[in-house]
Design a protein around this ligand. Structure first.
Ligand SMILES: Cc1cc2nc3c(=O)[nH]c(=O)nc-3n(C[C@H](O)[C@H](O)[C@H](O)COP(=O)(O)OP(=O)(O)OC[C@H]3O[C@@H](n4cnc5c(N)ncnc54)[C@H](O)[C@@H]3O)c2cc1C
Length: 501
């Protein structure tokens, strides 16, 4: 829900009661679905001037509860607006709430990064009155300067908000023990093992999902050489690793869609620069495989606006497309398989490919041709348009022709594959050759406090297998622990004596 007129008032004690009144109504309808309701935003900071709008985050456990909560909220007048461009944060408009203070209602799952950001911002301002006063002054001045333009008001606040977030990042309690670069199978397993050893861990992954090569490149392929699994697919292996890591979710921070660009050590603490900001860490384990994965884009203007809303580069849950008009762009195995799987689930499926022939298994192509999928070849994407962060239309043009078709859509799947690059290695001040980092038998790189494991690590006799990386991780973690605290007892203990249930 968007405010158009800008009014900033001095702090009112009544905002606490306003928040409680709205919470009571929400609690009545959502009951046990709610883990907690957080009062966030400026009205939650005593003493801070604010627009008289109560920002509140309703926190639920998982996607299933989230869907149920959206339906229940609709029964009491809240209409779901989608995430409005902020991943994982669901916004609502409402009618018939004149008895309540104006509010912004957001629904989020507990692990969503935006929830952590909201709480960190509020808690920082609550505990730093000088910063809160400076922020209040900027808001008051901006409201006076731009009473009619919420966009100009928001823009005027950008610098101070950015500075506050930087300070939050730099504050002592955000220095983690071990940062793992790369959320592939080896990084995930290393994070679990570090959790088992009592470490505070951060995983930084360039993609919007975890799992590395098995999850992205071969989710359906069967793997036969994972110890104790006679056979397991790439997707199943990823699921198991994530399930295992859940045990330490309270001490594991996961940062998705962040690519590590550089890192540098000052006073014993590494400052890690990503495309999104900075992270602080006592030690680093590199598990970046052959480099950062990135989806190959459609290459159209506006594409980034719709990504993660209704434009997808990978598909996990087919039922999220139930009853929708789906357009798929691509001609490889994944594009053809997704088209076949969605036929019968989606309202309609259109497959657009720039060539007449598909690069997919013969039997999948035969299945496609016998299905209800509308096949458009040879066509290329020309223009993508939409509103409120959601793509609505894709124009496609016939190759070597003038003909243009306008495809109405509810969801767009871009299946052009993924690229990897290890261009960042040259900025990490470590010895490496091509994509391989030279390591000692303890998986130390040439920089103290930085370790490398998995496909990224190279030594005589190295074999690039998942099992090899799994074996390397505990040694690297134990070395990192020793480096962080040389005086500590670093005797590796069996998990059977570390976990007591
Ligand atoms: C088709 C195929 C089949 C295979 N079959 C088998 C098999 O049967 N058995 C087997 O043992 N192995 C198999 N492998 C090899 C196996 O997948 C790899 O050995 C394994 O994935 C290595 O794991 P990793 O975690 O080291 O790296 P990856 O799986 O490559 O994961 C690295 C992760 O780090 C991220 N990353 C990289 N750079 C950055 C950065 N700068 N910032 C943030 N994130 C970054 C990447 O996006 C990626 O998600 C196969 C590989 C392929 C391609």
């Amino acid at each position: 829900m968007k405010t158009e007129k800008v009014i900033v008032l001095p702090y009112q004690k009544s905002w606490v009661r306003d928040f409680e009144k709205i919470s009571e109504e929400i609690n009545e309808i959502l009951g046990d679905l709610i883990l907690t309701i957080e009062h966030v935003g400026s009205t939650a900071v005593p003493g801070l001037s604010a627009k008289p709008i109560i920002d509140m985050d309703i926190v639920v456990q998982n996607e299933k509860d989230l869907c149920q909560a959206i339906s229940l909220l609709e029964t009491i007048g809240y209409q779901h607006e989608g995430d409005l461009g902020i991943a994982g944060r669901h916004a609502f408009t409402y009618q018939g709430k004149e008895h309540l203070q104006t509010h912004h209602l957001y629904l989020l799952c507990q692990e969503v990064a935006e929830l952590r950001r909201h709480k960190a911002f509020r808690d920082f301002l609550r505990s730093h009155p000088e910063d809160a006063a400076a922020y209040a002054q900027v808001k008051e001045e901006a409201a006076t300067a731009y009473p009619e333009s919420i966009e100009a008001y928001m823009k005027a606040k950008n610098d101070i908000i950015e500075r506050i977030y930087k300070e939050i990042d730099m504050s002592e309690n955000t220095v983690v023990d071990i940062t793992i670069i790369g959320g592939g199978p080896v990084g995930l397993w290393a994070a679990f093992y570090a959790g088992l050893r009592g470490m505070k861990v951060k995983i930084i992954e360039s993609l919007s999902e975890l799992g590395g090569q098995p999850a992205i490149l071969y989710p359906e392929k069967k793997i036969y050489d994972i110890p104790a699994y006679p056979v397991i697919t790439g997707a199943e292996l990823t699921e198991q690793l994530l399930e295992q890591l859940k045990r330490f979710e309270a001490t594991t921070d996961i940062c998705l869609k962040e690519e590590v660009l550089t890192f540098e050590k000052n006073d014993g603490i590494f400052t890690i620069e990503t495309n999104k900001g900075q992270h602080l860490s006592k030690a680093i384990i590199i598990a970046c495989g052959n480099g950062a994965f990135a989806p190959r884009p459609l290459g159209l203007e506006n594409e980034a606006l719709f990504a993660d809303n209704n434009l997808f580069y990978n598909v996990h849950k087919l039922d999220q497309f139930a009853g929708k008009k789906v357009v798929i762009a691509g001609g490889g195995d994944s594009a053809v398989d997704w088209a076949n799987h969605l036929d019968g689930i989606a309202e309609s499926v259109t497959l657009v490919h720039r060539r007449d022939a598909f690069r997919a298994h013969e039997h999948s192509v035969a299945e496609l041709k016998a299905s209800n999928v509308q096949i458009l070849t040879p066509y290329v994407p020309l223009e993508l348009t939409g509103e409120n962060g959601f793509a609505k239309n894709l124009k496609v043009q016939k190759v070597n022709g003038e003909e243009v078709l306008d495809l109405e859509l509810d969801a767009l799947i871009v299946s052009f594959g993924f690229s990897t690059n290890n261009k960042n290695l040259k900025n990490w001040n470590i010895d490496y050759k091509r994509s391989s980092i030279h390591v000692s038998p303890q998986f130390e790189t040439s920089q103290e406090g930085v370790y490398a494991i998995g496909d990224a690590a190279d030594y005589d006799g190295k074999v690039d297998l998942i099992a090899t990386g799994f074996g390397e991780a505990p040694t690297a973690v134990n070395q990192a622990i020793q480096y962080i605290d040389p005086s500590g007892n670093n005797r590796a203990v069996h998990s059977t004596s570390l976990i007591d249930e």
